[in-house]
Design a binder for this molecule. Structure first.
Ligand SMILES: *[C@@H]1O[C@H](CO)[C@@H](O)[C@H](O)[C@H]1NC(C)=O
Ligand SMILES: *[C@@H]1O[C@H](CO)[C@@H](O)[C@H](O)[C@H]1NC(C)=O
Ligand SMILES: *[C@@H]1O[C@H](CO)[C@@H](O)[C@H](O)[C@H]1NC(C)=O
Ligand SMILES: *[C@@H]1O[C@H](CO)[C@@H](O)[C@H](O)[C@H]1NC(C)=O
Ligand SMILES: *[C@@H]1O[C@H](CO)[C@@H](O)[C@H](O)[C@H]1NC(C)=O
Ligand SMILES: *[C@@H]1O[C@H](CO)[C@@H](O)[C@H](O)[C@H]1NC(C)=O
Ligand SMILES: *[C@@H]1O[C@H](CO)[C@@H](O)[C@H](O)[C@H]1NC(C)=O
Ligand SMILES: *[C@@H]1O[C@H](CO)[C@@H](O)[C@H](O)[C@H]1NC(C)=O
Ligand SMILES: *[C@@H]1O[C@H](CO)[C@@H](O)[C@H](O)[C@H]1NC(C)=O
Ligand SMILES: *[C@@H]1O[C@H](CO)[C@@H](O)[C@H](O)[C@H]1NC(C)=O
Ligand SMILES: *[C@@H]1O[C@H](CO)[C@@H](O)[C@H](O)[C@H]1NC(C)=O
Length: 865
């Protein structure tokens, strides 16, 4: 019986203690990832720091005796990089007690204790100089209230040895304790002493709920007083000094003399906050009193103080002590007091100026995105703009009206950047200088750069950008407000007319050099320029194939032996794959029958790999080994539009999403038609060829295939119909004439599908009718509500719906000449989208509906309980 009761008590005790650690963050730096343990001394649960930092190496101190503090056994050492930073999630607005610990222990066998700096985000925290006695540990503490939801302690190499760290500990405090006069002041520990200790031990958790470390301290003139005290016996205040610490006190040996101590400083401007903790340890008799005054350097500060029995009383001053070379604290008994003064514990903190603001949060998030998008390493650690000597390489910052640093210059020239220009850049709204020159950036020079209103210099020279320079940028360059440099981008044009010339130029050169080669061969290599011509064209071929041509073995690896089928199209099956660099891809295996003997596969596939646009699914490469022909595309997480529009699909695309998909697809098609020379006609446009990425951005796929695989009408190896039933332009069927207008017709059908949610071929009772046969009579009847997908339940802007129907009607005009060009359609669709936006901003019923349904849901959950 007795045993059981004890057992329960024990469990209860453990539970309470476990709860006490809530909010604690205890990192054992260098501890192998995924390891964790509970300290045998304190019961604190430590975890590895690996998830909080990307840099540094784990080291272990070789020692035969057991560590009294297990968290000091491993260290994380930082042999490379000047500033290495942790990123630790915290609760913003909570006051934390933060401690970093360092035990050198000759972990590197160099017998050279290093010295280095400690930063805290944008501010310099302290210098850490390790003792020449390698087995002594040192620590740095601050009391800090983060304004962001993370903190970044950094270790900074100052040329005096490799920085390292043993442990980082964060403990939430009571916000009402340790209040400073200025919010920018941060307290760093100077002394925290348990005076009168009779054990001579250090106390921390679990004695101290905040895990502060109290060091025992005595003085020759002082006598010790003590009592036995449990936590429950002591009435606490916000500071909660441990009962063990408060159970002992000192008093002057000479009962009529004051209790005194002092400390000195080199800098009279140093500021100190002091906290004196009192608790009457003796049960006083009726005729006894203990009352005393507290003075600093002889000036009365507080009193008379009459400590309460078994009650913590803390004296602190709301403003810091400053202006002196030394500070003498005296506790002097008042005239009527029968007993001398006492003191149980005290803390003295020195103020650190952490007034340097962190860089504006938007800029930090954006530059972090850019860093990740381009895989930049550099010295990009900690705060981007501060401290001032540690601004990230390639950035320049200035201070805004609120003293907050903003990024005004981004220089990523010669940084080996690839891919498109990241749209994140447009979110660096204060940017004045942007230099992206001498990289391998591809894709368009995006419109979004226009959003950078303060931009004065834009250099994108020496890249592989294509398309047109946005007219807005050209205008600003003409008026002199922007210094624009776009040189050395062979595919980039400043005017429509130049685009035509340049695009024609490439095939011309190619055929011209082919011509020369033939000429040279026929001339028996007798011309003196022959070697240069041949070698340069060879080089080109090999460079391309390195990136884009895959072997069958590689295809097997990429698809994990054709493990996962993700689709099946006209040309064959599509498999999921992962490239060596972890890029997810879709591998389209072309069935041999669809293209047997097609000689130009390779050159066409090569051509398509250089067509890049954000609304076209990129062809990453191909495989061409005899019968085996495959195309490797970027992987699109949200499948195709056909799947999204299915009636069975529970997630219904809303009106705005539909319009955005239409605009995206229009961008892609516009590029194929008007941005590529010669123009690329799709010839098989349909919802299953419009793919959606994880953000639901639409991209057109399978473009150019008809040409690559002999689907040309004028080719004699046509193996499948040009187009899919329901989407084929009737005029093409009639005349056999191919032109861009065939694609426009198909695009119109897709638009109608987006608007109505119907398929191109509608099964109505027994017969199948074409969507146009169904929709045109309803449109002509003026009944827009019945045209638009009923599943939207009226959730659309009528004006924008009419506009969309109008566009779809013009695209599907039976007379091809009447159909608009893609560029016009794009303009109209964007207008349609803005009509929808206007409507939404003026209030739709949507939000209210959502609120009602939410309210209903929570009501049911509540009553269910
Ligand atoms: C500690 O490690 C154990 C397994 O070793 C794991 O289940 C647990 O989640 C870890 N705890 C923390 C806080 O990481
Ligand atoms: C730091 O962590 C926060 C929260 O986890 C995150 O939002 C932020 O992007 C991180 N910062 C860096 C520089 O990694
Ligand atoms: C180093 O410090 C430890 C712990 O205080 C002590 O025991 C040892 O004697 C010191 N060693 C030297 C060489 O001073
Ligand atoms: C902070 O201290 C006050 C006063 O002692 C107390 O009422 C409050 O509960 C404490 N808050 C926390 C979070 O401990
Ligand atoms: C005790 O302190 C008082 C007041 O400071 C002083 O006058 C007296 O001489 C001291 N006595 C001794 C024995 O030191
Ligand atoms: C207080 O009273 C006790 C007796 O009750 C006596 O012994 C002691 O001397 C008195 N102390 C003072 C300071 O008067
Ligand atoms: C203690 O402070 C009180 C109140 O300020 C004052 O009246 C008294 O003279 C002081 N006593 C001593 C001994 O300084
Ligand atoms: C000190 O004691 C005297 C006599 O008992 C009393 O008149 C006076 O008010 C007391 N002074 C203080 C500060 O308590
Ligand atoms: C940053 O600004 C300073 C002073 O305006 C200038 O000297 C420096 O070249 C700039 N650095 C970059 C990377 O733009
Ligand atoms: C960017 O840096 C390069 C060298 O690192 C320098 O030549 C160029 O002038 C810088 N661009 C700007 C806009 O400061
Ligand atoms: C361009 O970048 C390459 C490396 O990416 C570098 O070797 C070359 O010097 C840079 N050219 C200029 C003009 O900065």
């Amino acid at each position: 019986m007795m045993g059981t009761v004890l057992h329960f008590l024990l469990v209860f005790f453990v539970l309470i203690k476990a709860q006490d650690q809530s909010g604690f963050i205890s990192l054992d730096c260098g501890l192998p990832e995924n390891l964790n343990y509970s300290s045998s001394k304190t019961g604190i649960n430590y975890i590895s720091d690996a998830k909080f930092i990307d840099t540094g190496v784990s080291k272990r101190i070789a020692r035969t005796d057991k560590f009294s503090l297990q968290q000091l056994e491993y260290v994380r050492s930082f042999p490379s990089g000047v500033r290495n930073c942790y990123n630790i999630s915290v609760t913003s607005g909570t006051k934390y007690f933060i401690r970093t610990s360092f035990l050198y222990g000759n972990y590197d066998n160099l017998n050279k204790p290093p010295q280095f700096d400690l930063h805290f985000g944008a501010n310099v925290w302290d210098t850490v100089k390790l003792s020449s006695n390698a087995s002594l540990f040192t620590f740095r503490e601050i009391i800090y209230t983060p304004s962001l939801d993370y903190i970044q302690p950094c270790l900074v190499n100052t040329g005096k040895g490799t920085p390292f760290i043993s442990a980082i500990e964060l403990r939430p405090l009571n916000n009402t304790a340790y209040v400073t006069y200025s919010a920018k002041s941060v307290l760093t520990n100077f002394f925290r002493l348990d005076v009168g200790s009779i054990t001579n031990l250090e106390y921390r958790y679990k004695d101290d709920v905040f895990d502060r470390i109290w060091f025992p301290y005595g003085f020759i003139d002082w006598a010790r007083l003590s009592t036995s005290l449990n936590n429950d016996d002591l009435v606490q205040n916000d500071y909660e000094p441990p009962a063990t610490v408060m159970s002992t006190a000192v008093t002057p040996l000479n009962a009529s003399a004051p209790l005194q101590f002092e400390w000195g400083t080199d800098n009279v401007n140093d500021q100190y906050y002091t906290y004196f903790h009192f608790n009457e340890v003796e049960k006083l008799a009726e005729n006894e009193t203990r009352a005393f005054n507290l003075s600093v350097n002889g000036n009365h500060r507080h009193g008379p103080v009459i400590p309460g029995y078994r009650e913590t009383y803390t004296i602190f001053s709301p403003t810091p002590l400053t202006g002196a070379k030394s500070y003498q604290i005296s506790l002097t008994k008042t005239e009527n007091s029968t007993l001398p003064p006492i003191l149980n514990a005290f803390e003295i903190y020195k103020v650190k100026d952490f007034s340097q603001s962190e860089t504006h949060q938007d800029d930090v998030d954006t530059i972090t995105n850019i860093k990740n998008a381009y895989g930049l390493t550099r010295n990009w650690e900690g705060d981007p703009c501060a401290p001032v000597n540690y601004v990230w390489e390639g950035l320049n910052c200035s201070i805004d009206g609120n003293n907050i640093p903003r990024i005004i210059s981004l220089n990523l020239s010669s940084s080996g950047l690839t891919g498109e220009i990241s749209s994140s850049i447009s979110k660096l709204t204060m940017l004045q200088y942007l230099d992206l020159s001498n990289n391998s950036l591809s894709g368009p020079l995006p419109d979004f750069l226009m959003q950078l209103r303060s931009l004065k210099v834009l250099n994108v020279g020496k890249n592989k950008l294509t398309g047109l320079v946005p007219s807005g940028l050209l205008e600003r360059s003409k008026t002199g407000s922007l210094l624009l440099s776009v040189d050395d981008n062979p595919g980039l044009c400043k005017t429509e007319s130049c685009k035509k010339k340049k695009k024609l130029f490439v095939p011309l050169i190619a055929s011209f050099s082919a011509f020369i080669v033939i000429l040279l061969i026929s001339l028996g290599f007798r011309m003196f320029r022959r070697q240069t011509v041949i070698s340069s064209s060879k080089e080109r071929g090999s460079m391309k194939s390195k990136h884009q041509k895959f072997s069958y073995t590689e295809i097997l690896n990429i698809t994990d032996n054709f493990k996962t089928i993700i689709g099946e199209g006209g040309f064959g099956k599509v498999y999921f794959g992962i490239l060596q660099d972890q890029t997810q891809v879709a591998v389209k295996m072309l069935s041999p029958s669809s293209m047997q003997g097609y000689k130009e596969f390779q050159s066409e596939a090569q051509l398509l790999t250089i067509v890049h646009h954000r609304n076209l699914v990129s062809l990453i490469g191909y495989c061409n080994e005899g019968e085996i022909k495959a195309l490797i595309y970027e992987y699109m997480a949200n499948g195709n539009l056909q799947q999204q529009l299915l009636v069975e699909n529970s997630k219904i695309l809303n009106w705005n999403e539909r319009l955005n998909i239409a605009v995206d697809a229009a961008y892609g098609l516009e590029y194929l038609h008007n941005g590529c020379k010669p123009p690329i006609m799709h010839r098989d446009l349909k919802p299953s060829n419009i793919l959606l990425d994880d953000d639901m951005h639409a991209k057109i796929s399978d473009f150019g295939l008809s040409r690559a695989f002999g689907n040309d009408v004028d080719s004699h190896i046509s193996t499948r119909p040009a187009g899919t039933f329901g989407y084929i332009d009737p005029e093409f069927q009639r005349t056999g004439n191919t032109n861009k207008k065939n694609d426009i017709y198909s695009f119109g059908i897709i638009l109608f599908e987006l608007i109505t949610g119907q398929k191109a071929l509608i099964k109505a009772s027994e017969k199948t009718i074409h969507i146009l046969e169904w929709v045109i009579p309803i449109v002509e009847g003026g009944d827009i509500q019945n045209v638009v997908d009923l599943r939207l339940q009226g959730e659309f802007s009528i004006n924008s719906a009419w506009k969309a129907v109008e566009i779809a009607m013009s695209c599907t005009s039976p007379n091809a000449i009447e159909r608009p060009d893609m560029s016009q359609i794009l303009v109209d669709l964007k207008e349609c989208l803005s009509l929808d936006m206007v409507q939404r901003n003026y209030g739709s019923t949507r939000a209210i509906d959502d609120m009602i349904s939410l309210a209903t849901v929570s009501e049911t959950t509540l009553s269910a309980r």
